[in-house]
Design a protein. Structure first.
Length: 447
């Protein structure tokens, strides 16, 4: 289908890679895929008009789809100290209940939720590969293929990252029983990537790979995979997520996780450091200079108490991106759906004095709908006959005063004095029935 014969959407304003553009025509095919985006177009009679500014859908940088099944299970306080490590034990128990059919259903439900929340693409950091006892399925790529099928069914864009996971801790420690469904050796992992390459091409998914963490792979295994894999897609890794991880890395190598990674691996623009919560200023500077990005999961990091990413230091050098990680709840997307850029507080726009002045005008220029006068001080909803009219607040009109904020605006020249008396804002608004549907009658501000 050509762009001329495709269904066209017309937007008066749209955010394009070059910035905001006007009169934008978006051509889509029958499956909803965008074929062409053209700015400066005229609206045709058959075009579907899109109201409001149009922005691209966001990408979810980091997802473990199977963990959507344990949402809420780890949010109950235990008998001891709860942490990432106690949460991980609950995750291991959930893994034992998930088979391929379950994974496809869980992932499809999650991806629909992401689409509704404004995400158009997901990066699936996938490390649930085998059965509970570690035995591979008849097709070793079975679980990954179910992820591809869920993405294809829902229509979300997918970057699939099979994860290499071999050990429990630094130095090649033996894995625990709960980690058996995740495990590979380098040869089997490279065979998995080779098996998935044509499947991803057939479904339109992008294929990369991930190393779970410095805890889960030895330096020799990491180098073998990096040197042998023919893929040119992204490379992700969990790093510096927990203070305990930093301490264990120092005990093992004498260096911090990000420092060790930058010293020993060819980190470049293909790499994404997931979490990267606990970095020194020097590590932050070096990570930015390498071209890599930091993948943040703020809802997860807050939920588990991992720490706060030092975003100010990295934002001035390179843009951090965000993901969802554990999928703990649906509503967390509302707080972090807009993830392309994080700015330090000093760079955020502040409220303008003129805007504050307009707000104050609305507050202090209300007239009583019963008598037409401006009250001062707090009012009550009760009525009193001595005020002369039923429905008027019981408090008498007092001496009009100006609020401190309004006096400040006068001194700064942001508002010209009014010859008529002004009053403090009232706690009870004049739009209620008790106040006879009060209205703004000041001709200066009701044009």
């Amino acid at each position: 289908m050509t762009a001329s014969s495709a269904h066209r959407l017309f937007a008066e304003q749209a955010l394009l890679p070059t910035g905001w553009s006007e009169n934008v025509a978006i051509s889509v095919d029958a499956a909803g895929r965008i074929l062409a985006v053209e700015a400066g177009q005229s609206k045709a009679p058959d075009d579907e008009h899109l109201s409001g500014p149009i922005v691209p859908a966001m990408a979810n940088l980091h997802s473990h789809a199977f963990q959507r099944a344990m949402a809420g299970l780890a949010e109950v306080a235990g008998t001891g100290d709860d942490s990432f490590w106690t949460w991980r034990e609950e995750m291991y128990r959930t893994v034992g209940l998930v088979d391929p059919d379950d994974l496809e259903a869980i992932a499809a439900k999650l991806y629909v939720e992401m689409l509704k929340g404004g995400f158009g693409r997901v990066v699936e950091f996938h490390y649930l590969h085998h059965q509970l006892d570690g035995t591979p399925y008849a097709d070793p790529a079975e679980m990954s293929l179910r992820i591809l099928r869920a993405a294809q069914t829902t229509g979300i864009g997918l970057t699939h990252l099979p994860v290499f996971y071999a050990h429990a801790n630094f130095g090649g420690a033996a894995p625990s029983a709960g980690q058996r469904p995740f495990l590979h050796d380098p040869d089997r992992f490279l065979a998995l990537l080779e098996r998935l390459s044509p499947a991803c091409n057939a479904t339109g998914a992008r294929l990369g790979y991930a190393i779970h963490s410095l805890r889960a792979a030895t330096p020799e295994e990491m180098r073998e995979i990096l040197q042998s894999s023919p893929l040119t897609g992204p490379i992700h890794i969990h790093v510096a997520e927990q203070p305990r991880e930093v301490d264990d890395c120092l005990a093992w190598s004498g260096r911090r996780p990000v420092e060790w990674l930058l010293d020993n691996m060819p980190v470049d623009e293909r790499w994404c450091a997931i979490h990267a919560t606990h970095m020194t200023p020097d590590e932050t500077r070096r990570l930015a200079q390498s071209g890599a990005v930091a993948g943040l999961c703020p809802a997860t990091e807050a939920n588990l108490g991992d720490g706060i990413f030092s975003r100010g230091r990295l934002c001035c050098r390179r843009r951090p991106l965000r993901g969802r990680d554990r999928q703990p709840c649906r509503d967390e997307r509302r707080g972090r759906a807009s993830a392309p850029r994080i700015r330090p507080a000093s760079a955020r726009p502040q409220a303008q004095p003129a805007r504050r002045a307009r707000r104050l005008r609305r507050q202090v220029n209300l007239r009583c709908g019963a008598c037409g006068r401006r009250p001062s001080g707090r009012t009550s909803g009760r009525t009193s006959r001595r005020n002369g009219r039923a429905g008027h607040p019981r408090r008498r009109h007092g001496r009009p005063r100006r609020s401190r904020r309004l006096q400040s605006l006068y001194r700064r020249g942001k508002r010209q004095p009014d010859s008529r008396p002004l009053a403090l804002r009232t706690r009870r608004g004049y739009g209620s029935r008790r106040h006879d549907r009060g209205r703004m009658e000041d001709p200066q501000w009701t044009a």
